[in-house]
Unconditional design. Sequence first.
Length: 119
Amino acid sequence: QVQLVESGGGLVQPGGSLRLSCVASGSIFGIYAMGWYRQAPGKERELVASISNAGMTNYGNSMKGRFTISRDDARNTVYLQMNSLKPEDTAIYYCKRTQWDGPVPRDYWGQGTQVTVSS
């Protein structure tokens, strides 16, 4: 099993910044990709950003230019730097790891961390 623990969420004013972290532990090996997703009340979960095993990044449209995903393989950690935050960024942010350690890839999710953007 793989465990993912997110941290770094909180309350921030519009225009502010936060950095989320997600630490992976357990049976972590093989090819993997990491991603951040978010879910606001009454809305579907959506992609925020992802980073492939090769380091290629992808962002949701409303996050481009404001958010940056990165990872530290030595620390088994993926980060999400969020700048110029807006009230509509308020959501629970989840970390996901897709791991190819068998015939089919498996997804693992963290418990989520709340981000609230409000004055």
